[in-house]
Design a protein around this ligand. Structure first.
Ligand SMILES: Cc1cc2nc3c(=O)[nH]c(=O)nc-3n(C[C@H](O)[C@H](O)[C@H](O)COP(=O)(O)O)c2cc1C
Ligand SMILES: Nc1ncnc2c1ncn2[C@@H]1O[C@H](COP(=O)(O)OP(=O)(O)OP(=O)(O)O)[C@@H](O)[C@H]1O
Length: 278
């Protein structure tokens, strides 16, 4: 199900790199990349906590090739050793692009002044980028997603938040008692707060308007589920990868006293999703 993770470009051709974690590939990250020019590359340092754009999905969000380094393997290096490693890896390196808060080397002891001192080429430092007075950072975006504020999370991302999952078998109740849904197994991605969302569901490169429930199915079996209902269409999907793009939250997860009451609410959710997505 995973996308290919790198564009094959010889590191010798790279003359400019942006360095960071780059979980999210958000608006501020994209602003960094704008400084890379024609032979740019992205050095992504993996700490193992990425859950907005896990490593194998990241390349989709940039035209520049991404080169991955495990933090575990480089965190013992001194500042000088880290810069030497970059020079070895990218022998034609002329420019490094980082954000205002970039630090590197053992215990993050080196920051912008040391970078400028140790690297003899051009150093571009991007000032802190904010939107509506909120600093754009992966950790901030995670908080907005966790509270279900999709609209603002998307604004900070500069795109719609998107997760990937494989279709799994559901309870078999949907088509009979409610509406048909595609049940998904989501790994690696942060899931927004429990509730119902207006979404776009992408199957085999085709995007469909949809309404997605995520949470504990308090009304039926109580288990956690991610389920998407395609609006106004019947889709034959045979356990393939499905992508869900979040557009807005409709409501929180609720426990209903009867299946009929839940069904009525789902009909309302569909109406609201249709009006959001029209
Ligand atoms: C738009 C939508 C809203 C839903 N809202 C709730 C809800 O508020 N509470 C709940 O317990 N289940 C909710 N569900 C989940 C249903 O309980 C679930 O679709 C049903 O159990 C069928 O599951 P199945 O596809 O595994 O057969 C919702 C489902 C959809 C599609
Ligand atoms: N808002 C921002 N403005 C300018 N530069 C930024 C901003 N956010 C990140 N950067 C820069 O982008 C690169 C990648 O940083 P990083 O992966 O730490 O992003 P982040 O969104 O700040 O993540 P986290 O929230 O986990 O700290 C670094 O060089 C960092 O300094």
């Amino acid at each position: 199900m995973k996308k290919s993770s790198s564009i094959l470009i010889n590191k010798k051709e790279i003359s400019a790199i942006a360095i960071g974690g780059f979980d999210g590939m958000h608006y501020a990250h994209q602003k960094l990349f704008e400084n890379l020019g024609t032979n740019g590359g992205i050095v992504s340092i993996e700490s193992g906590f990425a859950n907005l754009t896990p490593k194998s999905y990241r390349q989709e969000y940039s035209i520049y090739p991404i080169y991955y380094y495990e933090l575990e393997n480089i965190k013992h290096l001194s500042g000088n050793e880290f810069i030497n490693l970059l020079k070895e890896e990218f022998p034609n390196l002329k420019k490094i692009v980082v954000g205002f808060d970039f630090c590197f080397g053992k215990n993050r002891e080196n920051c912008i002044p040391q970078l400028k001192e140790l690297f003899k080429g051009e150093v571009v430092v991007v000032e802190e980028i904010k939107i509506d007075n909120i600093a754009v950072h992966s950790r901030i975006i995670r908080e907005y997603l966790k509270e279900g504020n999709i609209k603002f999370a998307n604004k900070l991302l500069g795109k719609n938040y998107k997760i990937f999952g494989d279709q799994i078998k559901g309870q078999g109740l949907g088509s009979k008692s409610f509406v048909p849904t595609i049940n998904l197994n989501i790994e690696d991605f942060l899931l927004p707060s429990e509730g119902v969302y207006a979404t776009k569901t992408i199957i085999a490169e085709e995007s469909y308007n949809s309404v997605t429930f995520l949470g504990h199915r308090a009304t039926t079996d109580g288990s956690y589920a991610v389920e998407t209902h395609i609006l106004g269409k019947t889709i034959k999907n045979n356990y393939r990868t499905v992508q869900v793009e979040f557009i807005d939250k409709i409501r929180d997860n609720l426990k209903f006293d009867s299946f009929e009451a839940l069904k009525k609410q789902i009909e309302k959710d569909i109406e609201i999703a249709n009006s959001i997505l029209k």
